[in-house]
Design a protein around this ligand. Structure first.
Ligand SMILES: *Cc1c(COP(=O)(O)O)cnc(C)c1O
Length: 361
């Protein structure tokens, strides 16, 4: 089988060395005669796997000691509910900054649990989309927290600077940003991320929460969504997604082995630039986002002649380039190029785009 490159937005491809290692240990992990997924989550063997994964993640992201790292269920959307349940008192409101589909969905869900203030910050300038300067956002100084999404997975818009929230806790959905570039965790009150983009398989969600934000959950908060309960129980109040946790640990080890976040950030920039540079040089394809807000992880592009979309997708698949269709809400194409996508995959995509352009223009 020749190499196949999977550009799926999530669940996304995993690093090849991680898959090989997981396969080699699948039915006999560490000479226990069992698979990791068959071990008790409270066994000393699994506890060691769990705490190694946490300490590797802490190192990779330089997470300060006054933050808890929780390994939860429920995906990114589970956190859309957990955040207001834990952080939004009845007598306050929260600011939700909307830059695209995911931050909008987070705001809609939060409105089920409390009072929220939605702030749209996407602007259009000469046919290009951009994010309004965060200094201009109309944030409320009294808000319980400010929620935003640095990388909009569907729309392909990314905000690289961290907004100044003047002491109001900053909450961020990093589902498609985490580990792709260096992030100063100390600027945030809470960070969460579904695993299936840059961490591991779906079914696991990472929450990084500052200690002072624990302990104020609504009385009706389900225990499995209560950060204090999860923190008090080492993320094992109920059975955690153990196999996903183990695989996440392997991904963190792999990321260390390739030089950590700083090194992968450099490669991620090169990968994204290869596609954007080609799209900008071509009159066959286009991208409508200003260069400073273009996502490193999710690169949307459109064929100017949309009637060629199906031919593009089926010929790409024949060439081993999978899952390039844009999200059903926005159409066009999208190349998701998370950490596990090697630069060779991106080079092959750009060559294919070039060939397709030559044959069809
Ligand atoms: C994928 C994604 C989600 C949704 O995650 P689920 O695990 O499917 O709930 C939320 N936010 C962002 C930014 C995402 O990319």
């Amino acid at each position: 089988m020749s190499a196949v490159y999977n550009f799926c937005a999530g669940p996304a491809m995993l690093p090849a060395p991680v898959m090989v290692k997981a396969q080699s240990e699948f039915i006999n992990w560490n000479n226990t005669g069992c698979s990791v997924m068959e071990l008790s989550h409270r066994s000393k063997e699994f506890m060691a796997v769990a705490s190694k994964a946490e300490s590797d993640l802490r190192q990779l992201m330089c997470i300060p000691d006054n933050y808890k790292v929780l390994f939860c269920h429920g995906g990114g959307r589970g956190q859309f509910s957990a955040v207001p349940l834990n952080l939004l008192p009845k007598n306050k409101s929260a600011d939700y900054v909307v830059t695209g589909a995911w931050s909008k969905a987070a705001a809609l869900e939060a409105a089920n649990f409390g009072q929220i203030n939605t702030i749209n910050v996407v602007e259009e300038l000469n046919g290009k989309r951009q994010i309004q300067d965060p200094a201009q956002w109309s944030l409320s100084p009294e808000a319980a927290y400010v929620h935003y999404c640095p990388n909009e997975t569907v729309d392909g818009l990314e905000l690289f600077e961290i907004p100044e929230s003047h002491g109001v806790p900053l909450v961020a959905d990093l589902s498609s940003t985490i580990l792709s570039r260096e992030i100063d965790v100390s600027k945030f009150g809470l960070i969460y991320a579904g695993a299936q983009k840059n961490i591991g398989p779906s079914g696991l969600t990472i929450v990084i929460v500052r200690d002072d934000l624990l302990g104020n959950a609504h009385i009706s908060t389900p225990c499995i969504l209560n950060y204090q309960t999860e923190a008090d129980n080492g993320s094992m109040y109920n059975t955690p997604p153990t196999y996903a946790w183990y695989l996440a640990g392997l991904v963190f080890e792999w990321l260390h082995s390739v030089g950590g976040v700083k090194a992968i950030q450099k490669i991620n920039k090169e990968k994204a630039e290869l596609i954007y540079r080609y799209v900008d040089s071509s009159s066959f394809y286009r991208n409508d986002i200003v260069p400073q807000h273009r996502s490193l992880m999710n690169v949307p592009f459109w064929l100017n002649d949309e009637s060629l979309n199906n031919a593009f997708l089926s010929q790409a698949e024949d060439a081993g380039l999978l899952a390039l269709a844009g999200h059903r809400m926005v159409g066009g194409m999208r190349a998701s190029i998370y950490n596990a996508m090697p630069i060779e995959g991106v080079q092959k995509l750009v060559e294919f785009m070039h060939e397709f352009e030559k044959e069809n223009s």
